[in-house]
Design a protein around this ligand. Structure first.
Ligand code: AMP
Length: 528
């Protein structure tokens, strides 16, 4: 059992390619904690050996991937919300929550060696994660034995860090220079596997998200794939063989491509070598060739960025700062595109890889300061600085219910996308037949008019209605988004004026029993 009243407060960026843990400090700042290899970034890779009940997480797992690809899981975040990870691991179907929990446990374990007991954590999620993926992230935390005090959107965490982190403690008190009292910032976050853009307005103690959008499957990995495809094409052209047909070679080429991509952020050209089936290929890739190969990817991010600024009802000239988050923003093409689009030089003054975890730790501190927790020994000044900070979010998807219109099932939207949270909306349903004691409603996230084109969150089941209701009796269903984007439901039997039982049954979501079972599995593993 977790003793949630004691121990350190941490923020965790559970990333597609790397994960980072940061500690909230008594002086109101946040500090990244290095893993036992001495590195702040832990690759989000898991190697499992079920015969010895051992898991390797991080660099060791990445190294094992070349020789034993069937025992390694990578890019798990892309599968969050699905019932299973996209490949078998050790011949076994694994839940993405469990694999993520193994990563989280490793972060916790390494952190504890440096800072002592660590239970309470804020975990970050991309702003456009739907309710299913948010729940999966929280469940992963529970399986890892963490007390997940909140989840927070990655761009919001980044904005918090940019605003509150002391850059030069001697001269700068960590307070952003806010022209006219407010500052509007665009947070462009391109990580390893996900992309999002958010417009935030920072007041001195208020963080307001104006609009957000993104793509679950767009990130640095897609840029790597462009190099991989290029090498495979050239190899095929010279030798008539596709090196990607060999699974181990494929992993090796991916690893090499990622390294070369990073080098291209610094150098104008890099040599690439590829060996396969006794043949070899040597070529040179220039930065401009690479930019040409990945032009469509960059254009996608530009389109989303433009859309989000429009959704915030702003023009480019009203954006004061462009904040860079995520390792992939180190690519010069990203900075150049943003500079041209916004007319501003993007701000990369904080470490793009660590800023999200630090912001999450600050959020944990804000929550604790607000609750005035006795256990948290905060310096007076820090408590004053954080106590009144208010973070306001918006929802990335419209929330609706399935409704019949003629012979079609449509999406009846109750809460529009980009509404400030928390927010609730109601709709009246009528029971079909006299004597029915339950009502079922499908809950949808998305904007598409047709019900089936949206994300089905689950079925909202209203049960325990009195047995004698006449046909067409009204039942009011109230759906709400909490501040952290999670959905909940309430129902009112309007005939009796009494609350009815209401619950959202998620199709692939984990039950408490599932969580206990996976928790036991993870606890039994030796994680290194
Ligand atoms: P994150 O998930 O934010 O840690 O971002 C990880 C992604 O950033 C991976 O796809 C990395 O390959 C990429 N990345 C990190 N450093 C660089 C760099 N110097 N140039 C290009 N991409 C980078």
């Amino acid at each position: 059992m977790v003793d949630s009243a004691t121990g350190n407060l941490v923020g965790i960026d559970l990333g597609t390619t790397f994960s980072v843990i940061a500690q909230f400090q008594q002086d109101g700042s946040a500090r990244t904690i290095a893993n036992l290899d001495g590195e702040p970034l832990t690759p989000s890779a898991v190697y499992l050996d079920l015969s010895t009940n051992t898991a390797l997480v991080g660099r060791a797992a990445c190294e094992a991937a070349t020789a034993e690809a069937d025992k390694v899981a990578m890019f798990v975040k892309r599968d969050m919300g699905k019932p299973f990870y996209s490949q078998l691991v050790c011949g076994r179907r694994m839940r993405p929550e469990t694999l993520s929990a193994i990563i989280l446990r490793k972060l916790k374990q390494d952190a504890e060696k440096r800072i002592g007991p660590t239970h309470r954590a804020v975990i970050t999620v991309p702003a456009f994660f739907d309710d299913t993926r948010r729940k999966a992230t929280q469940d992963a935390g529970r399986i890892a034995g963490l007390d997940v005090i909140d989840i927070i959107n990655e761009p919001t965490a980044a904005a918090l860090a940019y605003a509150l982190v002391d850059r030069q403690p001697a001269t700068d008190q960590g307070v952003l220079d806010l022209p006219g009292g407010t500052l509007t910032a665009l947070v462009y976050d391109l990580g390893g596997g996900t992309f999002d853009v958010t417009v935030v307005r920072l007041h001195s103690r208020r963080f307001e998200t104006l609009a957000t959008d993104g793509a679950v499957k767009l990130g640095g990995k897609d840029w790597d794939d462009k190099i991989v495809e290029y090498v495979a094409r050239e190899f095929q052209r010279q030798h008539g063989l596709n090196p990607l047909d060999d699974p181990q070679r494929r992993v090796a080429i991916h690893v090499e491509a990622e390294k070369k991509k990073r080098l291209l952020s610094k150098l104008p050209k890099v040599p690439i070598e590829c060996f396969h089936a006794g043949r070899s290929l040597k070529l040179e890739l220039t930065r401009s060739q690479f930019e040409e190969l990945s032009r469509d990817l960059l254009a996608q991010t530009q389109m989303v960025t433009q859309l989000v600024v429009q959704q915030a009802k702003l023009g480019w000239h009203q954006i004061d700062r462009v904040l860079l988050v995520g390792g992939s923003t180190r690519m010069p093409m990203v900075k150049e595109m943003l500079r041209q689009a916004t007319g501003k030089v993007p701000d990369d003054s904080l470490d793009a890889d660590q800023v999200v975890a630090r912001g999450a730790a600050l959020h944990a501190g804000i929550l604790a300061a607000r609750e005035g927790e006795g256990e948290l020994e905060l310096e007076e000044e820090a408590r004053d600085k954080l106590r009144d900070v208010e973070v306001l979010n918006v929802n990335a998807y419209s929330l609706g219910v399935e409704a019949a219109r003629g012979d079609r099932m449509v999406n009846a939207i109750l809460i529009n996308k980009n509404t400030q949270l928390p927010y609730a909306a109601s709709r009246i349903f009528r029971i079909r037949h006299a004597g029915a004691t339950s009502v079922r409603v499908k809950v949808l996230e998305g904007e598409a008019p047709s019900a089936e084109d949206n994300i089905l969150i689950g079925e909202c089941q209203i049960t325990g209605l009195p047995p004698n209701l006449p046909a067409k009796s009204p039942v009011q269903v109230r759906l709400s988004y909490s501040e952290n984007g999670r959905i909940s439901v309430m129902a009112l039997d309007m005939t009796a004026g009494r609350l009815a039982q209401a619950e959202i049954r998620r199709e692939h979501g984990m039950t408490d029993e599932d969580i206990r079972r996976e928790c036991a599995f993870v606890q039994n593993l030796r994680i290194e």
